[in-house]
Structure formats: C-alpha cells, structure tokens
Write a protein that binds this ligand. Structure first.
Ligand code: CUA
Length: 247
C-alpha cells in the first residue's frame, strides 16, 4: 500500500528541498527556526570574513615589516585593544547563538505528535493522536526507481504533516543510535535506544522535504532516508482518515 497518495495530485511538485551537487550553502528554509539559523550563519560568516581579512593583512604586513616600529615591538595600548576586541566580538556571536539554542528547545503547545523509531535500517512512524496509525518507511532501491525518483533519497511511505501547525516530534531507536533530521527545517535529533527525545517543529510552506539518517548506524546507514510531505490541514485530515479506514 502506498500511503503517500496526496502529493501526486498536489501542485507543489517542484517545491522539494534537498541537497544537490550544486548546493554550496544551506538549503532553503521551510520553518521559522531555520530562517533564524540561516540569519545566524550569515551573521557569523560576516564576522569571520572580517577577522580573516584583518589577520591576513596583519600577517602580510608583519612579514614585510623591518621590525623597527616601536608600536609593534612594545606597546601596552595595542595589547589592550587586541585582547579586549576579540572578547567583544565573541560576545556578539555567543548571545545570538544562545538565544537560538534556547528557542530550539522550546515546545509550543503542539497540536499533533509524530513519533519515529530508528531501526537498522529503516524508520517507523506512529501518529500517536490517532488510533493504530503506524507504518515503516524504507528507501526505494535502485532497481525499483521511477524516472522521477531521487536516488538514495526517496522512500516507499512518506510521512505527511500539516503546515502552519505546531508539531511535536518524538524520536527514539530500537537497536542502535540513529539520528532523525530534515535540514531545511533546522531539526536534527539523535535516536537513542531506551530514550525518548523531543523537539518542536513548525512547517511554514508546502512541499517535499528530504533528510537522511545522521548517525553512523551500520552497513546501510546511507540507505534510510526521511521524506516529509507538507500539506494543507484539510489534505492532512483526509490523508489520515483514509489511513484509519484502511487499517
Ligand atoms: Cu540510521 Cu545511520
């Protein structure tokens, strides 16, 4: 049974998010949290670029310096400046970083909960708010791929979630460590046997979002991808009721 019948009818077929060989930077965001993470990345990269440029210039000028400048050989003032300035710069990186760290930990009264269990080597999902809705998702092997399939990235049963809804994700594992992630949503949580990890998600656009297991978990670690369909609430409701009737 193919559970993911919705997407083939939806108009968002080009709206998928994954890393391709042309992706040099982060994937386009599909959640407010990831937007913030991209802003933080750009902010830090700007500071880093400035530091690298300044230090390169200083190293170059020192290399060609004849060491007769008394301010470079002995000066309390410049030592004070180049000690305190990096501390101030670090402050401007640490504060927004900590802000994001605590924002990511926040769970905002979620409307639905999705539980995922990592196995060697597939993911299984449970929609805990509904009775008896659970299924496994396996990667589509090379010999079963269609022309439109993405190699090593597509699965047989996609998870479907409504956009603009607070979602609680519960992550655990059955055998060894795995890690569940969707980079365009800015989420990555370790799946640990005997432990439930929790995270909050909010999807802000429709589309297909891809992820891969991110913890070395054995021979087929590369072959347990994650695919999420983000749909309208009504579409989600009809999908989930279709599943309830089927089970
Ligand atoms: Cu599961 Cu790597």
């Amino acid at each position: 049974m193919n559970l993911s019948f919705m997407y083939k009818e939806s108009p968002f077929i080009s709206n998928s998010t994954m890393a391709t060989w042309m992706t040099l930077s982060l994937q386009d965001s599909s959640s407010p949290m990831m937007e913030q993470l991209i802003f933080f990345h750009d902010h830090t990269l700007l500071i880093l670029t400035t530091i690298v440029a300044l230090v390169s210039y200083l190293m170059g000028s020192l290399f060609f310096n004849t060491n007769i400048n008394r301010n470079l050989l002995e000066s309390q003032t410049i030592e004070m400046i180049w000690t305190i300035t990096p501390a101030i710069i670090l402050f401007f990186i640490a504060v927004p970083s900590l802000r994001l760290l605590y924002l990511m930990d926040e769970i905002n009264n979620p409307a639905i909960t999705l539980k995922t269990v990592g196995h060697q080597w597939y993911w299984s999902y449970e929609y805990s708010d509904f009775s008896n809705i659970e299924f496994d998702t396996y990667m589509i092997p090379l010999n079963e791929m269609e022309d439109s399939s993405f190699r090593l990235l597509d699965v047989d049963n996609r998870i479907v979630l409504p956009m603009n809804t607070h979602i609680r994700m519960i992550v655990t594992a059955a055998d060894v460590l795995h890690s569940w992630t969707i980079p365009s949503m800015g989420v990555k949580v370790d799946a640990t046997p005997g432990r439930l990890n929790q995270m909050g998600m909010l999807i802000n656009r429709p589309g297909l979002f891809y992820g891969q297991c991110s913890e070395i978990c054995g021979a087929n670690h590369s072959f347990m991808p994650i695919v999420m369909e983000s749909v309208k609430t009504n579409t989600f409701i009809s999908w989930i009721s279709h599943l309830s009737e089927a089970s």
